[in-house]
Design a binder for this molecule. Structure first.
Ligand code: ADP
Length: 404
């Protein structure tokens, strides 16, 4: 944290350097104390071993000297014996060190072997059936999911359906399970209970890699590849990563072409400042690049987890205005906190505490006057309340506020 580039701004802004340094020193002291104990034990062992070897050597040398004095061996034989003893002594010391190193490495060998043993078990369980190439209907039936770290289930008895060509939205408070559900739908996790099917085919029975070929997904915490701009888009479909024209088109659709073309070496510019010639982008620009990557992947099912959180209001508005044209023929699952962006969805699912609490179109949900109405009204009221103070007349009431 003290030396990371990403952390630097907060460390300075909050004045954390001294505090973190103290914590580091304390932890370091604790660690050194433990190490010191181990080192002492090591030292004691090697002292005993070295002394033992020295005694053996001394006795041998004295024996050689005694035999030489009694003329039992010649002087040259004695010389050879002394050289031999010296070599054996050195070898013995080395063998001692090697035995120590081996014992230490042996501690990790168990972990390593246990890890290797897992592979055949995992491979045997992995389904090999080919995945469907597309679908007319995705059905989530009674799905539950608990993270391996335990605790409460993140999803409980979730039912929903998505039809081909639809834009379906998930909304709900933080921690309600939206991202977890998106990961299950993207084939990244397997449900603990219930099933997800594509036209009746349970996706947990097909090859997960094959399934993922038909899914494009961009998460909130998307990856910033410190690679040339073209790769940052092209990695969405590695087999077409050389097709610069298609990369440009995807970037253009995501509103990234203008600034990527303007970089010092255009699409060849390395993104991220870690490397010589690298250029950093703003958070919103990175997000557009991530979006371009999802658009570039020619998959029938697109999962967008908060795709506009860092976009400026105009970019967000443009994107949602065009989402159906951009992703024509594709099916979109959209997670968003911005109610303005979900209101045009074909269906909206409201999640609460790992369950689907409400479902319907914007109009239906507003008529129900439930959680959706409450959250929508809260957000709308907050924006409306600000209209007068911001730029009068220019505000688009629902959802044009900037939030990064
Ligand atoms: P949302 O996207 O609606 O904010 P998430 O799906 O990220 O919610 O989280 C749902 C619940 O699962 C939360 O209680 C969260 O703490 C838990 N959770 C999320 N990711 C993990 C994880 N990797 N390991 C353990 N628990 C997790």
């Amino acid at each position: 944290m003290l030396s990371g580039r990403d952390e630097a701004k907060e460390v300075r802004a909050f004045g954390l350097a001294g505090y973190l340094r103290d914590r580091y020193d304390r932890l370091y002291e604790e660690r050194i104390r433990e190490l010191r104990q181990v080192a002492r034990r090591h030292l004691a062992f090697s002292l005993v071993a070295t002394l033992g070897i020295a005694v053996v050597l001394l006795v041998t040398l004295l024996l050689v000297a005694w035999l030489t004095l009694r003329d039992e061996v010649t002087l040259s034989q004695a010389g050879i014996a002394v050289a031999g003893v010296a070599i054996v002594g050195a070898r013995l010391t080395q063998a001692g060190y090697s035995a120590g190193a081996l014992t230490e490495a042996g501690l990790y060998m168990d972990d390593y072997n246990a890890f290797l043993d897992l592979l055949p078990k995992v491979a045997a369980k992995r389904p090999t059936a080919p995945a469907p190439r597309g679908f007319e209907r995705i059905a989530v039936e009674g799905v539950s999911f608990t993270y391996p770290s335990g605790g409460e289930p993140a999803l409980r008895d979730v039912h929903l359906e998505i039809h081909r060509g639809e834009v379906v939205a998930l909304v709900g408070e933080n921690g309600s399970g939206k991202t977890t559900l998106a990961k299950l739908l993207a084939g990244l996790y397997t449900p603990s209970g219930g099933r997800i099917s594509w036209d009746g085919v349970d996706i947990s029975t097909v090859d997960p890699d094959d399934l993922r070929r038909s899914v494009a997904v961009i998460f909130q915490d998307f990856i910033r590849y410190h690679l040339p701009a073209r790769d940052n888009v092209g990695l969405g479909r590695p087999d077409a990563a050389e097709d610069l024209e298609a990369i440009r088109r995807a970037a253009d659709h995501a509103g990234a072409d203008r600034f990527l073309s303007g970089l010092p070496s255009g699409y060849e510019t390395v993104l991220g400042p870690q490397f010589i010639g690298g250029t950093d982008l703003s958070v919103g620009q990175w997000q557009r690049v991530a979006l371009a990557r999802a658009l570039f992947r020619d998959a029938p099912f697109v999962v967008l987890d908060e795709p506009t959180a860092a976009l400026d209001p105009r970019a967000e508005h443009d994107l949602f205005d065009r989402i159906r044209t951009l992703l024509a023929d594709r099916t979109v699952l959209l997670i968003s906190h911005r109610f303005s962006s979900v209101r045009s969805a074909d269906r909206i699912y409201v999640m609460a505490e790992g369950q689907i609490a409400e479902a319907g179109t914007h109009e239906e949900l507003m008529a129900d006057r439930g959680i959706y109405t409450e959250l929508f009204t809260l957000q709308a009221a907050a924006y409306l309340g600000n209209v007068g103070r911001d730029r009068p007349g220019s505000a688009e009431p629902f959802g044009s506020a900037r939030s990064t």
